[in-house]
Design a protein. Structure first.
Length: 340
């Protein structure tokens, strides 16, 4: 098999393809021939040495794949062999062969390509948890989503529009026209405009019922101020800590220092009728049965044409460094994938 290794913390060129013998599926595992692997911002942070969950380097990252099962380990259902699937991988997804516990594998419905399948787990499970499970978004409410052109942003927009909500998105200006076509009602170029004052204008001062924020730092403070009564702020990342392509402790410290350490006190929340919550899909490995329930509902929405992963670009394994540059240069509209 071929795997993409993070050989040391650093810029994208630390990503290196290496060959190894094919793995043998262990008890309860299925082996997947991978046709596409999802690239996530967490992989970028891991490569930069900024991701606390990363196993020790050298490491093969990757949280999701699409492909076909070609072997079943002892105790796993052999009926999976030959089936088209997508799967959650707890690291190791940047490979053309991977073994995963059966519970983390999902059958791909007819018409869903391996690329679309690989674009589902991280983006759509996260969006589902943010918008439906914890955000409880309702028809007539307004959702503000940052990085609206990223994989999670597009997934969240599809769910929010299906629920009958209004969507305000922040994104680099070059993505605005396409995002309008994908259902975002109002767009803000966060690089040239202050999103807080623009949201006040757009909502005529009322504020927002649900905010999805993976930028972090000061953005959480502004978001909290923008919540209307009963509004909820979902915090799920700190991309503002990744300013360059190599680790900068100064940017990390700046982001940490600008967090709203003193705004979300119990009394403040109680008096303002506001809610704040956190989401980290990478810490839900003990809840895989629950996630399977979310997947079932998302697949029903796939059948209805609501869930439609947008593939920004695919890169060959040998060009993995270019895939990371592309994401960090903020060029992606939707999911970035690696194909063997
Ligand atoms: N907690 C969780 O479980 C979880 C799960 C998935 C993702 N996340 C987080 O959610 C965020 C979005 O993930 P995603 O997969 O949807 O996005 P993505 O597809 O990786 O998109 C990256 C986009 O984010 C925007 N961005 C904002 N700040 C950036 C920065 N400092 N460097 C590079 N790009 C930046 C850029 O678009 P614009 O310039 O157009 O905004 C860029 O194109 C990430 O922070 C990720 O870590 C968290």
């Amino acid at each position: 098999m071929r795997q993409i290794w993070i050989t040391k913390a650093g810029a994208p060129d630390v990503l290196t393809v290496k060959e190894a013998p094919d793995p043998v599926p262990g008890a309860g595992e299925l082996r997947i021939r991978v046709h596409a692997s999802g690239v996530n911002f967490a992989d970028v942070l891991g490569r930069m040495g900024l991701y606390p969950d990363l196993p020790p380097i050298p490491v093969v990252v990757g949280y999701e794949v699409g492909g076909r099962v070609d072997a079943a380990g002892a105790g796993a259902d052999p009926a999976w062999v030959g089936r088209d699937v997508f799967a959650m991988t707890r690291f190791g997804g940047y490979a053309d062969v991977v073994c995963v516990p059966e519970a983390q594998v999902f059958a791909r419905p007819q018409g869903m390509s391996a690329e679309q399948g690989a674009a589902i787990p991280v983006n759509y499970f996260t969006a589902w948890q943010l918008v439906v499970v914890m955000g409880s978004l309702n028809a007539g409410e307004t959702m503000l989503v940052h990085s609206a052109g990223g994989g999670v942003g597009i997934a969240a927009t599809q769910l929010a529009k299906h629920l009958g909500a209004t969507v305000i998105g922040t994104a680099s200006a070059a993505k605005h026209a396409a995002l309008r076509g994908l259902g975002v009602d109002h767009l803000i170029d966060y690089r040239t405009e202050d999103f807080e004052s623009r949201v006040r204008e757009i909502t005529k001062g009322r504020g927002i019922e649900l905010i999805l924020d993976a930028v972090g730092g000061d953005s959480f403070k502004k978001g909290y101020r923008l919540l209307s009564p009963t509004g909820r702020l979902g915090m799920f990342g700190i991309s503002s800590a990744a300013t360059g392509k190599e680790r900068s402790m100064a940017s990390m410290l700046r982001t940490v220092a600008s967090m709203p350490w003193f705004q979300f006190t119990p009394i403040a929340l109680l008096n303002a009728n506001k809610g704040v919550f956190g989401v980290n899909l990478g810490h839900l490995w003990g809840e895989v049965d629950r996630i399977r329930g979310w997947a079932g509902q998302l697949l029903k929405l796939w059948e209805k044409g609501v869930v439609r992963p947008q593939i920004a670009r695919t890169f060959r394994f040998d060009d993995a460094a270019a895939a990371h540059h592309y994401l960090q240069d903020r060029k992606n509209l939707g999911k970035v994938l690696l194909v063997p």
